[in-house]
Design a protein around this ligand. Structure first.
Ligand code: PEP
Ligand code: MN
Length: 362
């Protein structure tokens, strides 16, 4: 016979399995009062599933607030007891894993600056051996999916069964709009490579500022993310870290209300039939595009033959500039962005050059 405990999922499991999973809390635990008050106000919104707080903070420069340290763990434990919210903390060393677990932290996460370092990830993974706790892994600060995947594998090999991904954007020099460029295509690629891992978006560290949080959150939901992790603070402007990107719990609740939540599917035959028809048209057009592209490459090869016979270079800058200028103009008339035209023609051009090169080398 099953006992009550076996049939009812724990609050952590309920949160972990919920979609969307909404995690919030301060960038850093600063004082007991700040952490408890943030947790209580988050709880009061009724929209938050898990409480986050940075205890150890990896900061880019020394002299910045580097976290309150293990002293903050009892505060987090108290916040959990008072609100019933499961808790999550960033860990970067084996000792931090042990300390966090000693104070009943429910979910651990590996930060972006740790994911880049296989030594650190391995140390965290070793400390997790024999422990049954969900672990979330942020993308590395540099756009490298292999490194992100490597961290997932290290944690999985340590025996952790419940692993989640957090997309927090990537460092890019000279980027002004975002603190960390989202590079959505990379996160989508990661999700496609790991379809069984939930992926959570961290708009706070992508944006670095409050005013564009909403659009990033909506984008993540449109892209079928499994959850959001957003930083919140009772007094954002005076936060000890990441002041510009934090919002009050009430402001966060307002933003969550304003999101258009999308479903992955709906049980309507009419919808499925209509979609199926349109998808067939798209498949058909994609087939045609392939055939046309293949024809285009065959012609490029013929040009290659002439160039070879006459000892002419493959790259003809003037000719290419002419093509691309015409394409921009035509693209604009046909509702295709300059960005797309550039990427598309660059790809076609490269492929064309490769085909010609083969002819020249033959
Ligand atoms: C954080 O979540 O507070 C944090 C330090 O994030 P990241 O590792 O993404 O920089
Ligand atoms: Mn932060």
């Amino acid at each position: 016979m099953q006992t009550e405990e076996q049939t009812v999922a724990s609050p952590v499991q309920q949160a972990w399995n919920k979609k969307p999973l909404i995690i919030s809390g301060p960038c850093s635990a600063e004082t007991e009062e700040q952490l408890v008050a943030t947790a209580e106000r988050l709880k009061a919104t009724g929209k938050i599933d898990m409480l986050r707080a940075g205890i150890w903070k990896p900061r880019t420069k020394p002299g910045m607030f580097e976290g309150i340290g293990a002293k903050g763990l009892p505060w987090l434990q108290k916040a959990k007891q008072l609100t019933g919210l499961p808790t999550t903390v960033e860990v970067a060393t084996g000792k931090q894993v042990q300390d966090a677990l000693t104070f009943d932290v429910d979910v651990l996460w590996i930060g972006a600056r740790t994911t880049v370092n296989p030594f650190s990830v391995q140390e965290v993974a070793d400390a997790l051996r024999g422990v049954d706790v969900p672990v979330m892994i942020k993308n590395p600060i540099n756009p490298d999916l292999e490194l992100w995947t490597g961290a997932v594998e290290r944690v999985a090999r340590a025996g952790i069964k419940q692993i989640g991904l957090i997309h927090r954007g990537f460092s890019s020099y000279g980027n002004t709009e975002y603190r960390n460029a989202p590079m959505w295509h990379l996160a989508i690629d990661m999700k496609l490579k790991h379809p069984n891992l939930p992926i959570i978006n961290d708009p706070s560290h992508i944006c670095g500022r409050r005013d564009i949080l909403m659009e990033v959150m909506q984008r993540a939901i449109d892209l079928d993310y499994d959850g959001l992790m957003i930083e919140s603070h009772i007094d954002p402007d005076n936060a000890w870290s990441d002041a510009k990107q934090q919002v009050t719990p009430e402001k966060l609740a307002e933003m969550l209300d304003a999101i258009i939540w999308r479903k992955e599917d709906v049980a309507s035959e009419e919808y499925h039939a209509a979609l199926e028809k349109l998808r067939q048209q798209i498949n058909h057009l994609d087939d045609e595009l392939m055939q046309i592209l293949s024809q285009r490459m065959k012609i490029a090869e013929q040009i290659g033959t002439y160039k070879k016979e006459n000892n002419i270079t493959i790259l003809q800058t003037n000719r290419w500039n002419e093509i691309i200028e015409k394409a921009f103009a035509k693209g604009a008339k046909n509702g295709l962005s300059k960005e797309f035209i550039t990427k598309y023609f660059d790809a076609v051009h490269m492929e064309s050059i490769n085909h010609q090169k083969k002819v020249l080398d033959a």
